[in-house]
Design a protein around this ligand. Sequence first.
Ligand SMILES: [Mg+2]
Length: 455
Amino acid sequence: MTIYVNRVLNMKQIKAIGFDMDHTLVRYQKKTFEELTYSEMKNKLVSKLNYPKRILELEFDHELTIRGLVIDKQNGNLIKISLHSRIKQAFHGTRQIDYKEMMALYRGEFIDLNDKRFEAIDTTFSVPYAVLFSQIVQLKTDYPQEGYPDYNTLEADLIDALDMSHRDGSLKGEVAKNVSKYIVKDEQTVRALERFKASGKKLWVITNSDYNYTKLLLDYAINPFLKDGKHWRDFFDLVITLAAKPRFFTEKLPFLQVDPETGLMNNSEGPFDKGLFQGGCAKLLQRDCGFSGEQILYLGDHIYGDILSLKKSCNWRTALVIEELEQEVEAFNKGASVLKKIESLMSEKMTCEKKLDELYAQEYENGLKIDKKSVDQEFEKIKQIDGQLSEQIKAYQAFFNPNWGEVMRSGQEASRFAGQVEKYACIYMSKVSNFIDYSPRTYFRPHKKVLPHEF
Ligand SMILES: [Mg+2]
């Protein structure tokens, strides 16, 4: 599997590789875990926030959303925007808003994500959260008498329900009870990491999860594949739990040493570049390891928590794990012939439009009587092409998410999500084990980007 490159990255210069744990170093069974999150959130909405019991009857439909969408809290819509903040698609509840209605509502405005009215949904939990948002907006439309709150409150309550499920341990508790149901065992990850280790690179885990949960997951996903009965504590040079990212990258927070047998904590004077810790910060870690930011590569799955702040404050190199990518690339390959058809229809349409322009020019520029029959013929052709185009676009989208299409693209442009990836991640991949096909000394170079005037 491929690693994609936004910016030059010479692995020979990388001295240490840090990994986020959840959904990066350790993968989850995506849909199963999303369904669990969804159902925990539903329970919290009803039992703690007094939402109508009807919510409990809702079923998880993961196709209602994709990662990277934006919630418009004023109108209760879910929208997809392009890299340039133009709105491309919108749903109200589970109903797609047609193009005309969408244009009337948003009047081609640029979506400013600094505006509190909008909420970008980019995390691993964005799917269950956005699915529930859509479904409850639909219930509010269908059953106005049942007293669902306004969209702003609904959005805040969903965040609250998600936080409660984290805080009271109901999500992690359920994973702990059924590790094999929720966690993926991937030997290739360990094999890929071994290659880095053999080439002298330090391996770090920097996770926001607590020690007990970290131990549970690493015992399950890493230990079975280590050679000679080794333990993950020996394999990783440094493991930092409860790291409080993104503050880990931006603030000066103290480290606590963790006793691996009891899980109990002690104050520690360091050095902090080896061993098992809780908390801490990038500043002290860098002081003790002696590596410059450019010599450290960090891999995470969360643009805001893992990547954005470290890029801005520490100058570490960055890699993003985007689970959806594997499916996205597969769909892209499957849809290639349909895409060709779309391109050829577009070119036919452009020929008709050019012909029309020429016909009109006869009237405006040369004062001749317009050839109405030819004009009508061209309009008729365009109408037919448009019909075929919309069918083909639908067929192409169906290879991806049937409601929203691609995660990384928004029509002809990159999606906002893809724009974030390009801006903040030096390289990106669907999973850590993709490194297995690359030497630890690889010089990652991006493809030359073709600019409009270079076509
Ligand atoms: Mg993570």
